[in-house]
Design a protein around this ligand. Structure first.
Ligand SMILES: [Zn+2]
Length: 401
């Protein structure tokens, strides 16, 4: 199987979408079922085993000739954001499938998992499929409801899977020999460097805070400037602080993405502003340093308060997988770019189970979560070549032992 086949598959699968621009394919939907059917047919065609697990993951298996061999897992998510693209997630399922479809029997097992939910669009959940496989599934999210008031638990039952069986999905650490996800970069670096693929070294950690700034409302025409206590003017200081610290710190990005201003009127001095601060870094030390600086900035502003609402540590990819993927990239294009992922991925959950590696594929204008998401045929073929080289060298090494 080659790159043009994968490009054709992506077109076919992209049609399994709700109507509207781009691809909208939610967890446990009819479109999800269509993808499972399509992938099952492909597995059958290639003489691969497959099954649907009780968290909604389709697992495709290429069994080793050695009984008791360990399993290398490839995979990514089948779900999308609303009006997303054809490649975010899906590429990490169909590209490894194309890479292994016509390989001979190997001395290790390979699985390709199409995780049901990673984006969390339908139930405001995240990493459902990968956390079930990794054994760190949070059962409380089964009670989350979608826009129609249907709980994830009931939606799973209607889909024909049993959420009570999810704990049984968790894999045994001793049987798994790593997880590799192929994903579009979702950023501009590979395009800037004119490279088709790159090796990921870490997946970012994320933390979110809500800052409340309190001032004093007043008439915008009668209160003298020097007597004003304007909450929005205080907010500017925070926005600028976040921008500057992120621009001057390596491997740190951040944004103030949301502002709620009270009373939000053209002729009233703002009395309260609530704003969100999000910080991301693959390095826990960098993030903690930025957080401390942010908190001391808040302390220095009268009427400012901060609350942390979300925090998830990032992961470092496995050194050995980084090296082996880098060797394969070098063998294919003689140049290796390493980069960190500023977006969250299934590896965040899978790291609880096994060592993780990621291969990024260049995407047009760095665009993702958008109908215009695009990759080139050449880049797709290069990524397949990299996986094949990686698998061939792994097989050669194991055969020697
Ligand atoms: Zn994704």
């Amino acid at each position: 199987m080659n790159g043009s086949m994968v490009m054709e598959w992506a077109e076919e699968l992209g049609k399994m979408s709700e109507s509207g621009p781009g691809v909208t394919r939610l967890f446990l939907s009819d479109e999800h079922r269509a993808v499972i059917q399509w992938l099952s047919n492909k597995a059958k065609e290639f003489n691969l085993d497959y099954f649907l697990d009780d968290s909604g993951n389709l697992v495709i298996k290429k069994n080793s000739r050695n009984p008791g061999a360990k399993t290398l897992i490839f995979g990514s998510h089948q779900d999308t954001v609303r009006h997303g693209g054809k490649y975010d997630g899906m590429l990490g399922i169909i590209l490894p499938l194309a890479a292994i479809a016509d390989l001979p029997d190997l001395s290790f097992n390979i699985e390709i998992i199409a995780f049901g939910d990673e984006e969390g669009t339908r139930f405001n959940s995240t990493l459902v499929g990968s956390s079930a496989v990794a054994g760190n599934f949070d059962e409380s999210i089964l009670d989350r409801i979608d826009d129609n008031g249907l709980s994830m638990r009931n939606a799973m039952q209607e889909f024909g899977i049993q959420p009570s069986n999810i704990p049984k999905i968790a894999r045994n650490k001793s049987e798994i020999d790593g997880f590799i996800e192929v994903h579009i970069e979702q950023g501009p670096i590979l395009e800037q460097k004119e490279l088709p693929v790159g090796v990921v070294t870490a997946i970012t950690g994320i933390e979110r805070h809500v800052v409340t700034l309190t001032g004093q409302a007043g008439h915008a025409g009668t209160v003298p400037m020097e007597l004003r206590d304007d909450a929005l003017v205080k907010a500017i200081k925070i926005i600028e602080f976040v921008d500057v610290i992120c621009k001057t710190t390596d491997k740190l990005v951040g944004v103030v993405g949301k502002l709620d201003v009270l009373p939000n009127a053209v002729n009233v001095i703002p009395s309260e502003v609530k704003l969100t601060v999000e910080l991301r870094s693959p390095s826990p030390e960098v993030r903690s340093h930025a957080q401390k600086a942010l908190y001391s900035k808040i302390e220095s502003i009268k009427g400012a308060d901060i609350e942390c609402t979300y925090s998830k540590d990032g992961i470092h990819c496995d050194e050995n997988l980084i090296n082996e993927l880098s060797k394969s990239v070098f063998n294919c294009i003689q140049q290796v770019e390493t980069l960190f992922s500023g977006a969250g991925h299934d590896g965040l959950a899978m790291a609880h189970l096994t060592k993780c590696g990621m291969l990024f594929v260049r995407c047009k204008k760095g665009l993702s979560h958008h109908p215009d998401e695009a990759i080139s045929h050449f880049d797709c073929q290069t990524a397949i070549d990299v996986l094949r080289d990686f698998l061939a060298r792994k097989e050669a090494k194991l055969s020697l032992n």
